[in-house]
Ligand binder design. Structure first.
Ligand code: MG
Length: 254
């Protein structure tokens, strides 16, 4: 008997980086009467609110229902639940980087980019290297650069692959992942969904059999694969429309 439906977010519940549709929000609200819902993604807390919570609220989710929503933010390195008395979200735990780790990651990226001649000095007060609490992110042209400019900077990933490789030589204890158009994410080893799913089992007090996981990247190398490897029952979907069909199917039989 399943008690928890856990989801990847990008491409599983939404079109990547956008709010879920009203149709998806309504289906998820209906599921809250039967299950705990636990989305898990590399995204930040603010994006969980904008992409999932706000649309579900707009679809008529009550405070009592919202209490059954569990947000595993930045792959579960932060966990938030809804406090119906305060009518606000509450941080249950966080595994943020230490100041020393942030400093070492920042130093490695800066030194590597400067050695390779790719460092761009920003004059608009924007930051090239941002502390996102559970990861450090290098954005070659800053956070505010236009998308056309960003795309033109490193279309074949060569600059960032070189910076990532050099950073790894300087600080081999961290993981460097080329992402987006100008970014490199630096994390601690093992910051994938396995970390968050272990916490889900512990904090929701359920066994693996009681959880159904839905994701779009369940193939080896995909960011949902660690969940499959752990042994969770998993449904692979192509996009949010397929997830919506799965949820309709589940709601029809229970
Ligand atoms: Mg995905």
């Amino acid at each position: 008997m399943k008690k928890v439906l856990s989801f990847d977010v990008d491409q599983t519940l939404n079109v990547a980086k956008t709010p879920i549709t009203p149709e998806m929000a309504e289906l998820m609200v209906r599921c809250l009467d039967k299950f705990e819902l636990a989305p898990i993604s590399g995204q930040k807390y603010e994006q969980f609110l904008a992409q999932i919570y706000e649309p579900m609220k707009a679809a008529g989710m009550t405070d009592a229902q919202a209490k059954k929503l569990h947000f595993f933010v930045t792959q579960g390195r932060r966990y938030y639940v809804y406090d119906d008395k305060k009518k606000d979200w509450k941080l249950v735990y966080k595994y943020d980087l230490t100041d020393v780790q942030v400093k070492e990651m920042t130093q490695a990226l800066e030194q590597a980019a400067k050695e390779l001649g790719y460092w761009v000095d920003l004059t608009n007060g924007d930051e090239v290297i941002e502390n996102r609490l559970s990861q450090v992110t290098y954005s070659a042209l800053g956070q505010k650069a236009g998308s056309k400019e960003k795309y033109a900077w490193d279309p074949d990933h060569k600059k960032r692959e070189a910076i990532a490789k050099r950073s790894k030589e300087l600080m081999p204890q961290y993981e460097y992942e080329v992402a987006g158009t100008t970014s490199i994410n630096v994390t601690l080893p093992g910051t994938n969904k396995k970390f968050g799913m272990e916490k889900l089992l512990k904090y929701l007090k359920v066994t693996m059999d009681e959880v159904l996981y839905i994701g779009d990247m369940t193939q080896p190398g995909g960011n949902d694969y660690p969940v499959v490897e752990m042994g969770f029952e998993t449904i692979t979907v192509r996009d949010w429309q397929e997830t919506a069909n799965v949820l309709r199917g589940i709601l029809a039989v229970i």
